[in-house]
Ligand binder design. Structure first.
Ligand code: GLU
Length: 328
């Protein structure tokens, strides 16, 4: 159906889900459901070293415990030509895209060592995008390239980025405009160890899985122009982007997998009921005035992106007490 919203939950199975993931997935779920849309569960297990099957299993259980459901993707049995939905099973898809880009002359191998790239990263740069890649290997002659390849030097594969700016409107962060040097210049599509880069996998999967709405933390905003650049080159329309503020710990650090006490597993073991956790997140998002224990669906009537706080949200000890003991 044209205009139908199709969102996605895209966890990386590299650890247990934590409160920050629950916040992210709740917001993605509400954004899609609030406009009658559907959701896909895609497992971003592209990195074979870091991804573990037992985390994938635990993530599926945690999502079910939270009361977040999805209509297609991992764990859904119905036949679906847009799958597979585990990135580890999509190598052939990425290989075909890389072939196509290579035939268009849009990729080149980059032999820069980690040390050379580290020196670059020490230069001033924006957020975690890193200093723009200066194009050292872009300008190698065919002969120089062949010589390095023949020596067996490890190479990542980079995209020749289009020379024009990438502009888009983010539903929370407003109008965005990035020159290539602001999004890191020619970025890697395949790492030197052969692993497909996150940017390529995500952009291609969003396009081929029919995703029309991408809802994720503002920490990923600097990656978005790279993904849009790829989509434009490949001829796919970009989805709508929604980059929401982050949950921070009491010290102002982004919640991450190292916060073991804030994993959903730990909170569940502390006796926190899922409805309280959802109510707490709904309160922090501005959808409730007090923490009422609710299901995700019960937050839908109050869901409104305009209510989201403009700044990142801290979780302090007081919050934790309320979360673990109830009442606020
Ligand atoms: N897999 C990423 C994560 O778990 C999310 C990537 C995305 O939403 O584009 O942080």
């Amino acid at each position: 159906m044209p205009g139908e919203i199709r969102g996605r939950l895209a966890p990386s199975p590299t650890g247990r889900l934590h409160l920050g993931n629950a916040w992210a997935f709740l917001l993605a779920w509400l954004s899609a459901r609030a406009c009658g849309g559907t959701l896909v569960l895609r497992l971003e297990d592209i990195d074979p070293e870091r991804s573990k099957d037992h985390y994938a299993q635990a993530i599926i259980e945690d999502l079910a415990w939270l009361g977040l459901d999805w209509d297609a993707g991992v764990g859904v049995c119905s036949a679906d030509e847009r799958g597979p939905y585990r990135q580890s099973e999509r190598g052939h898809v990425y290989a075909a895209i890389l072939d196509r880009l290579a035939r268009q002359g849009l990729t080149y191998p980059c032999f820069c060592s980690r040390r050379e790239l580290r020196l670059l990263a020490a230069a001033p740069h924006i957020d975690d995008v890193g200093a723009p890649y200066p194009g050292t290997c872009r300008h190698l002659s065919a002969g120089q390239r062949e010589e390095r390849l023949a020596q067996g030097r490890p190479a990542c594969l980079r995209l020749r980025c289009p020379p024009f700016p990438i502009a888009f409107a983010d539903a929370v962060q407003g109008p965005q405009n990035f020159l290539p040097e602001h999004y890191g210049g020619d970025f890697a599509l395949r790492r030197s160890d052969g692993v497909i880069a996150y940017q390529l996998a995500v952009a291609v999967d969003d396009a081929l899985m029919g995703i029309t709405q991408v809802v994720r933390g503002r920490d990923i905003l600097p990656s978005t122009p790279r993904q849009i650049a790829l989509l434009e080159i490949l001829g796919y329309p970009p989805p709508q982007y929604v980059h929401f503020p982050l949950l921070l710990d009491a010290e102002g650090q982004r919640l991450a997998k190292r916060h073991h006490s804030l994993t959903l597993h730990a909170l569940r073991n502390m006796g926190v009921p899922p409805r309280r956790l959802i109510g707490f997140l709904g309160y922090k998002a501005g959808f409730q005035d007090t923490v009422q224990e609710v299901s995700p669906a019960e937050l839908l009537p109050a869901f409104d992106l305009a209510r989201l706080p403009r700044h990142d949200v801290r979780i302090d000890e007081n919050d934790m007490r309320h979360l673990t003991h109830g009442g606020m």
